[in-house]
Design a protein around this ligand. Structure first.
Ligand code: ADP
Length: 578
């Protein structure tokens, strides 16, 4: 049965009960009032008439009160209620008529007596009737009381059970449903509702159970899928040759693959779930990983051998919410952690080392024969071996140019190889920057003259000494001036000046050449980088080597350039105070 029908029936029952009780009460009240009315109206009035008739009869002058007597008798004649009352009243009328007709005092007294006797009987009859009716009314009131108490009790019981049971009937299923929904909210999809009534609550329970079942199935299938995917990803990460460590957004370690465990020299329990900066206090490798400023390759001794690793840090960003799903645009991302990868670059490192050694050997081996070619051509050019015809002279000059270029390349390659292998030895001592600059200017003079380029040199003779490797610094300045000449137009001017500050000496070389486009300014100090489209021959190594040399001495080298106008290279050297 539907709840709606049940509610209707329940309230209808209550309504009927109220109606029955009302009707019963009204019925008994009416009955009582009718019975009481009867007592008053009929019997009491008869008593009053008979009392007045007796009063008139007892008067000494009955003849004059006869009329009053007859008036009361007429009223009595129309108020006959009790059985026998009519006969007695007729008797009174009969004796009254006899009395009126006779003059005989004896007869009069006899009729008066008869009338009195009849009146007394009538009174007696009515008094008895009053007592009887009073008893009847009492009985009726009593039975009405019992009846109302009985039915009232039954109605009370019904209403009481209704009051006790009905709220529960409505509220209990709602309570169970609320509990069920809370369980579902807490992801307990095994929760079921057990009320099986055929009403709306039964339907609700059925719908709830089928929803919970579907959620359970969905969760299980999803969970199985997610677990499978998790295992797959774990297997991939674990089978990688690179070390991988994952951190959550609060820097707690989530996972570490076996390679990373070996490199850290720790086991899983020492890492997983721990706060990474705490572990890093006792583990240098983890400290280097977490330090954003450490970007160089890391040399790690593990598994009884030295390996080289490059660190890669990735922030894991997930879309916060799809604000405009219809446009498929995500505007906000949340960082949910980071992954650090230690890439094993040992093989590359070994190859690089082999390459560096090879270059070092070759350039070293080439340097001696090239130098002897240079000396021989110089002898030929100086005509110490006899005169040369103009063609021979041109050839010698061309050989000299190429020899010079070859020497430059081999010297750059050797320098670079030494830098890369770490075999470079700097001889840092107090040195005069003027001497170094003069040497570089002398070395590049012929080159400048060939392009009719003029030097404008500006420095004070009192410039302080600097802390530098004389030879390497001269090499750097020569390289900077040579570049200025190479990338300048003919007949232009190169400004070379020296400035002194409290702690440093700056050598500034400014040309009026082609300049460098802004997007390449950062890159020109990288190894083998040459600005795209550069016509002149070169290796792209000069500036990279210069930067390494100068920084190794505690100095600095920087560039400023306006494309099409010229470039300014500034070399900063540390002053010597000894
Ligand atoms: P190389 O000159 O052998 O190519 P460098 O390392 O000396 O190598 O220079 C790198 C690049 O920087 C050059 O190829 C050139 O494009 C650019 N460059 C260097 N100096 C200047 C300069 N003074 N003016 C314009 N471009 C320059």
């Amino acid at each position: 049965m539907k709840i709606k029908t049940k509610l209707r029936l329940g309230f209808s029952l209550l309504f009927i009960i109220i109606l029955i009780l009302g009707a019963l009460s009204a019925y008994y009240l009416n009955k009582l009032s009718a019975e009481a009315k009867l007592v008053l109206k009929d019997n009491y009035e008869t008593l009053e008439y008979t009392r007045l008739m007796l009063y008139e009869l007892d008067k000494s002058d009955f003849g004059s009160s006869l009329n009053n007597f007859e008036r009361q008798l007429i009223k009595q004649e129309s108020n006959l209620t009790e059985p026998g009352e009519q006969v007695l009243t007729a008797k009174v009328r009969h004796h009254l008529e006899q009395l009126k007709a006779t003059k005989d005092t004896l007869n009069i007294a006899k009729h008066q007596q008869q009338i009195r006797a009849s009146l007394n009987k009538i009174m007696d009859l009515n008094l008895k009737a009053i007592i009887f009716k009073n008893e009847l009314a009492n009985k009726t009131a009593h039975s009405a009381n019992l009846f109302l108490i009985f039915w009232g009790g039954i109605c009370l019981l019904i209403t009481f059970s209704f009051i006790v049971n009905f709220p529960g009937y409505i509220a209990n299923p709602i309570k169970l449903l609320t509990e069920g929904i809370k369980e579902i909210e807490a992801k307990n999809y095994n929760k079921r509702l057990s009320f099986t009534s055929k009403d709306e609550f039964g339907e609700l329970a059925q719908a709830f159970n089928s929803m919970a079942q579907k959620l359970h199935d969905f969760e299980n299938s999803n969970l199985a899928k997610i677990l499978f995917e998790k295992k797959r990803i774990e297997a991939i990460i674990n089978s990688m040759n690179d070390g991988v460590i994952g951190l959550d957004e609060h820097q707690h370690i989530l996972f570490v693959n076996p390679v990373a465990l070996k490199l850290f020299g720790l086991n899983e329990n020492d890492l997983v779930g721990k706060f990474a900066p705490d572990v890093a206090l006792k583990n240098d490798l983890l400290k280097n990983l977490l330090n954003n400023h450490v970007n160089h390759e890391l040399k790690i001794y593990a598994d009884a051998k030295e390996s080289y690793f490059k660190k890669e840090a990735l922030n894991i960003l997930v879309p916060q919410s799809n604000l405009y799903p219809e446009k498929n645009i995500n505007y906000a991302f949340t960082n949910i952690g980071s992954v650090y990868i230690l890439k094993n670059i040992t093989a590359f490192h070994e190859l690089d080392e082999a390459k560096t050694n090879f270059i070092a050997t070759i350039s070293h081996e080439l340097k001696t024969p090239i130098s002897s070619i240079k000396m021989s051509t110089q002898l030929l050019k100086n005509k110490q071996m006899g005169d040369l015809n103009p063609e021979q002279n041109d050839l010698i000059e061309s050989i000299q140019d190429d020899t010079h270029r070859l020497l430059k390349i081999t010297s750059e390659l050797l320098n670079m190889a030494q830098l890369e292998s770490g075999h470079i030895q700097l001889n840092i001592l107090p040195a005069s920057p003027i001497e170094i600059l003069d040497y570089a200017i002398q070395a590049t003079k012929t080159q400048a003259e060939q392009k009719q380029i003029k030097f404008e040199i500006n420095y004070s003779d009192t410039v302080s000494k600097v802390l530098a490797d004389k030879e390497k610094t001269a090499w750097v300045i020569t390289n900077l001036i040579a570049n200025a000449i190479r990338y300048s137009h003919e007949q232009s001017v190169i400004n070379v000046k020296m400035l002194e500050t409290t702690k440093e000496v700056k050598i500034i070389i400014k040309d009026q050449g082609q300049g460098i486009a802004p997007q390449y300014l950062d890159k020109i100090f990288e190894r083998y980088f040459r600005v795209p489209g550069t016509q002149k021959e070169g290796t792209g190594l000069g500036l990279a080597i210069s930067k390494d040399f100068i920084e190794a001495q505690g100095g600095n080298i920087s560039v400023d350039s306006e494309f099409g106008v010229g470039s300014v290279f500034t070399l900063t050297l540390i002053k010597s105070f000894s």
